[in-house]
Design a protein around this ligand. Sequence first.
Ligand SMILES: O=C(O)c1cc(=O)[nH]c(=O)n1[C@@H]1O[C@H](COP(=O)(O)O)[C@@H](O)[C@H]1O
Length: 320
Amino acid sequence: MASFVSRLHQAIRTKKTAALVGLDPRWEQLPVRIRRAAEEMYDDPAAAKAAAFEEFCVRLIDVVAPLVPAIKPQAAFFEELGPDGSVALARVIRYGRAQGLIVICDAKRGDIGSTAEAYAKAYLAGEDPQAAPYAADALTVNPYLGEDTLQPFVELCQKREAGIYVLVRTSNPGAATFQNHQNKEGQTLYEQVAETVEKLALQAGFDGNYGSIGAVVGATYPRELKDLREKMPHVPLLIPGYGAQGGNAADVAAAFDSAGLGAIVNSSRAINFAFRSLAYAESFGEKQWEAAAEAATRAMIADLAANTPAGQLMVDSKEA
Ligand SMILES: O=C(O)c1cc(=O)[nH]c(=O)n1[C@@H]1O[C@H](COP(=O)(O)O)[C@@H](O)[C@H]1O
C-alpha cells in the first residue's frame, strides 16, 4: 500500500515535472469538429455536450499522459450538464487513472461531518480505483464549515490511501475578502486554516516528509505562497493560477523543497485551449488542437524546469 503523497511524488519523479494539467472543458471553446460530431450523434443537447466533453478530455489525456504526473478534472463543467455530465466525469477520471495518471477531482466539497462522509465516499477511491464511483486519487475540499467537517475526509484518506487538498488561500481576485479576515490576535482566517491543515497532514498518509492532506494556494499571491510554504512544511501544495490567471514559474518557485517536491502547479485553459491562443493559433490552428496542447504542456514543463528547483530535476536527469 502506498499513500497518496508517495504515489504523487513517485509520479513527479518519473515524469520529472510538477506540472498538473487541469481538464476544464468549456463547450464554446471546444474544437468545432468535436462539437459538430457530438451534435450529429445525439438529439439531446446535454447528451451531446457530455459526449463531446468526454472525447475532448480523453484525447487530451492521451496527449499529456506521457508528459505530466497528474490531471485535475474540474467537476463543475460536467455537473452543469446534469446526469450525462456526471457519467462523463466518472469515465474521464477512470480513463486518466488507466493511463497511469494521478487524478485529482476538483469538486471543492464540504459539509457537516456526516454529509462530508458521503462526499468522501463518492470521490475518494485512493489506491483502489474500484473503491468509489468518482474514482479519484484526491479531491479538493472546502474547510469553511470547520475542522470537524474535514475529519471524515481525513479518515477515508487513511483508510483508502487517498488525498485531499483543502482550500487555504485561493487564486481569485476576491480571495482576501473572507480569507484575510483577522482574529483578535491578528491571525488571518487562511493562516488558521493552514495551521489546521499542517496538523492534519501529520495524521494521514505521512511519508516522513509530507502527509496526504494538502492545501490549495494560488500562484497569484506569491508572498502569501512563500509564507504558507513555511507555515505548512509537511503539506503538499496544489497551486492553481499559473498561466491564464497570470501566475508564472517565478511566482511558484518558493513552493518546492530542495528535492523539487512538495507542490504541483496547475494550468487548465492555457493548455486545453492552446489552439485558440495567440502563442499557438498560427502554428497549429483548430485541426491540430492536440499538437497545440502538447506544445503548451511542454512549454509549461520547460518554464518550471528553468525557473524552479522542481524543474531542476529534469535538467539534472537529462545531463546524467
Ligand atoms: O481548487 C482549484 O483547483 C482552484 C482553486 C483556486 O484558488 N483557483 C483556481 O483557479 N482553481 C481551479 O483551477 C483551475 C484554473 O484554471 P485556469 O485558470 O484555466 O488555469 C479552475 O478549474 C479553477 O476552478
